[in-house]
Write a protein that binds this ligand. Structure first.
Ligand code: NAD
Length: 349
């Protein structure tokens, strides 16, 4: 049986990737390696826990020795690396944690893969999952392509940019077979409620303010998380060795317009008069170093591999809201404890 090791599989995107692989490839053993930080939640994978081709391993990617042990024991043929510290605001408060997990953790995984594959790379692949934030900020026009120079501005994007460079360096220096994907903002079920869309859903349900940075004109491209998982599946299997692929929704929204659309859909679903939830919108002090606009040109993955998003934003948002309304216990569980303390320090001053 072939084995694929997926890191960060208990997190938001990782859980969808694990599910995609466990269900689509019953003849492949899927190892989900995760440290279960505040963002990791095995509840995200309850439905696939009993599958015979699925196994969870608790391990921290900053622990090089433990990671090598796991690789030696399970002998993965492929690695899909999503484990990361992923929240920009947290990176501003604690940049070193981002260097440790996103940079050192990635190098530990590269070393372990290189070690167990012993320079015989036939049939092996290391897929690094990254972000469009490595490219920096755009003005009103233009798109990020695979050729755009890196220009990260936040400690988060700097750490992801660094990890991307290490992955390419292991390809160029040692011949390690790699692919990269750089994706825009994801949304969907299991999204941790420190991020804009689930935060607003949670706050509307609790009649709390909807915090919007600055004047709300920041623009992001949004992609439904299951479409990202399908893009990862495609690139992992069919992407060209050594290449990177941009993944995006062709779907740009200014934050303020996105939150208004969300408010409208929430009002309709909750049977409230449209316009009720919008009254909760509150502009808050801007994030330092905030990038104005990100926009992905996903032509390469579309033309070369035939990938495109399967849902429109309105459809994806509707599915997302329905999921959160049906899973309020999940939301209550993750919004208690440590997360609540962190949230209070971010938005209640
Ligand atoms: P997330 O924060 O929801 O999940 C991260 C997962 O990594 C968690 O399960 C956590 O427990 C695990 N983890 C963290 N530190 C670890 C460590 N030291 N060892 C082992 N596991 C550890 O993140 P996400 O939003 O699902 O993002 C997943 C990946 O996709 C990240 O690499 C991120 O940079 C990238 N990405 C995210 C987005 C987005 O919109 N969320 C967009 C593009 C790319």
């Amino acid at each position: 049986m072939k084995t694929i090791l997926i890191t960060g599989g208990a997190g938001f995107i990782g859980s969808h990737v694990v599910r995609e692989f466990v269900l689509n490839y019953p003849a492949i053993k899927i190892i989900n390696l995760d440290a279960l930080t505040y963002a990791g939640n095995l509840e995200n994978l309850k439905d696939i826990e009993g599958h015979s081709n699925y196994e969870f391993v608790k391990a921290d990617i900053t622990d090089a020795k433990h990671i090598l042990d796991v690789f030696e024991k399970h002998q993965p043929d492929g690695v899909i690396h999503l484990a990361a510290e992923s929240h920009v605001d947290r990176s501003i408060t604690n940049p070193l944690e981002f260097v440790m997990t996103n940079v050192i953790g990635t190098v530990n995984l590269l070393n372990a893969a290189k070690e167990i594959w012993k320079d015989n790379f036939e049939g092996k692949r290391f897929h690094h999952v990254s972000t469009d934030e490595v490219f920096g900020a755009l003005g009103d026009e233009g798109f990020f392509t695979e050729e755009t120079s890196y220009d990260p501005h936040s400690p988060y994007s700097a750490s992801k940019a660094s990890s991307d460079h290490f992955v390419r360096a292991y390809h160029d220096t040692y011949g390690l077979p790699i692919v990269l994907t750089n994706c825009s903002n994801n949304y969907g079920p299991n999204h941790f409620p420190e991020k804009l869309i689930p935060l607003c859903i949670h706050n509307i349900l609790n009649n709390n303010p909807l915090p919007i940075y600055g004047d709300g004109k920041y623009t992001r491209d949004w992609l439904f998380v299951i479409d990202h998982a399908k893009a990862i599946d495609l690139v992992f299997h069919e992407g060209k060795n050594g290449e990177s692929y941009n993944v995006g929704g062709f779907n740009e929204w200014k934050n303020i317009d996105l939150v208004k659309e969300l408010c409208k859909q929430m009002d309709e679903k909750l049977g409230k008069e449209v316009g009720t939830s919008e009254q909760l919108i509150t502009f808050v002090k801007d994030r330092p170093g905030h990038d104005l606009r990100y926009a992905i040109d996903a032509t390469k993955i579309n033309h070369e591999l035939g990938w495109k998003p399967s849902v429109t934003f309105e459809q994806g948002l509707s599915k997302t809201i329905d999921w959160f309304l049906e899973n309020q216990e999940w939301l209550d569980n993750v919004t208690s404890g440590d997360y609540q303390k962190y949230y209070n320090t971010q938005y209640n001053d």
